[in-house]
Design a protein around this ligand. Structure first.
Ligand code: GDD
Ligand code: MG
Length: 348
């Protein structure tokens, strides 16, 4: 059966600010690759060629970077909403009258889910809609899903309060991967704002159409929409916890013989690393300068940033083209935007 994919990539990425002020969330670098390439990889692996990106925030930057997709094994098209229409509204808008089975992905999840297995499951159940679920310890920031023995979806509760979640005793959440038959389009009024989570899924349940859940178990899954989870995704990738992703390679850089770079770190093209600098479990983008005796641990540094002498950056993220002065301390959890200047001796 012919299938296409739609990636919902129109959100503003507010929780990832300041990183998303100049870089929309779908293309934030993840181990020096635009994030969406990890999603194109799993779609291409499942033999899905036609991929549409549903955009709204800074669409041109995304189009310019990803092109027509041929470098990544897919054929990419772009649909930009005049204003954000919500997740369900964006699906209806992007379908533009096409009535095909569609795989819909939230554009901010890092996963190695086997899309082919999910679509096979969908067919074996004769479902109108299938949703992938992933178990998490605290489901309150997600869509909580209740299913029966056969995997039928019984309830969908978006963003339950912690009390509500605890009372329900459920921990499988909406992983943001759906397989939808075109009949789902009929539940979404044309030209209107609609949310899968608050409108479409409840309607689908009311309609009693076959709506099934596919349980992910051994696969990796994470929403990268906050600085904490963006950094954690890097730590997981560097630790080799995500099977199936391409090997990460460091570029050509100018590294002093007395600099120490551990084997899990990834160093971008054209970096300059001065004597006695120490880099551990970190990712440096293209053209980053690290001066004498600077120490970078568990951090992600975006391209063309300078970390000056004696500075210490720990479990932090520093945006593009920033200047971190000498003797600066960035403690765990610091997030510095693009084009920032931190004066010597700053502490954050
Ligand atoms: N085109 C378009 N238009 N895309 C949108 C819009 C819109 O109006 N609104 C959101 N998106 C995209 C975002 O860019 C993101 O990739 C995806 O839809 C989900 O939106 P988020 O804002 O990241 O939602 P969330 O993380 O709070 O919750 C969603 O994801 C969870 C899993 O990560 C929900 O689907 C939850 O149910 C789910 O558990
Ligand atoms: Mg999200």
């Amino acid at each position: 059966m012919h299938m296409r994919a739609l990636i919902l990539a129109g959100g503003k990425g507010t929780r990832l600010r300041p990183l998303t002020v100049y870089t929309p969330k779908p293309i934030v670098p993840v181990v020096n690759r635009p994030f969406l390439l990890f999603q194109l990889d799993i779609l291409a692996k499942a033999g899905i060629k036609e991929v549409t990106l549903s955009l709204s925030y800074q669409p041109n930057k995304i189009e310019d970077l990803l092109g027509d997709g041929t470098d990544h094994g897919v054929h990419l098209s772009f649909v930009t909403e005049p204003s954000p229409m919500g997740t369900g509204g964006a699906y209806r808008f992007a379908s533009r009258g096409n009535r095909e089975t569609t795989i819909v992905l939230n554009g901010d999840i890092l996963t190695n889910a086997d899309i082919k297995r999910i679509t096979d499951f969908h067919r074996s159940k004769n479902a109108e809609a299938t949703i992938a679920l992933f178990p998490v310890p605290d489901p309150s920031n997600y869509g909580l899903v209740e299913t029966d023995q056969e995997g039928k979806v019984l309830r969908f509760i978006e963003k339950p309060s912690p009390e509500e979640a605890a009372a329900l005793g459920l921990n499988h959440i909406n992983a943001g991967i759906y397989v939808l038959e075109p009949s789902v389009l009929d539940l979404i009024p044309e030209g209107e704002n609609a949310s899968f989570e608050y409108d479409v899924f409840p309607k689908l349940l009311d309609s009693k159409k076959p709506f099934y859940a596919y349980l992910m178990d051994s696969e990796y899954w994470r929403d990268i929409g906050t600085p904490e989870s963006y950094l954690a995704a890097h730590h997981d990738l560097l630790a080799g916890k995500v099977d199936g992703v391409p090997d990460f390679e460091s570029g050509e850089s100018e590294t002093a013989t007395t600099a120490i770079i551990d084997s899990s770190s990834v160093i971008g093209e054209g970096c300059v690393i001065k004597p006695n600098a120490r880099i551990t479990n970190s990712v440096l983008g293209t053209g980053v300068h690290v001066e004498e005796k600077a120490v970078i641990t568990g951090s992600v540094i975006w391209p063309y940033t300078r970390i000056s002498t004696f500075s210490e950056v720990t479990d932090s993220i520093v945006g593009r083209g920033s200047h971190i002065g000498r003797n600066v301390t960035l403690r765990a959890g610091s997030v510095i935007g693009d084009k920032a200047t931190l004066p010597d001796y700053s502490k954050a």
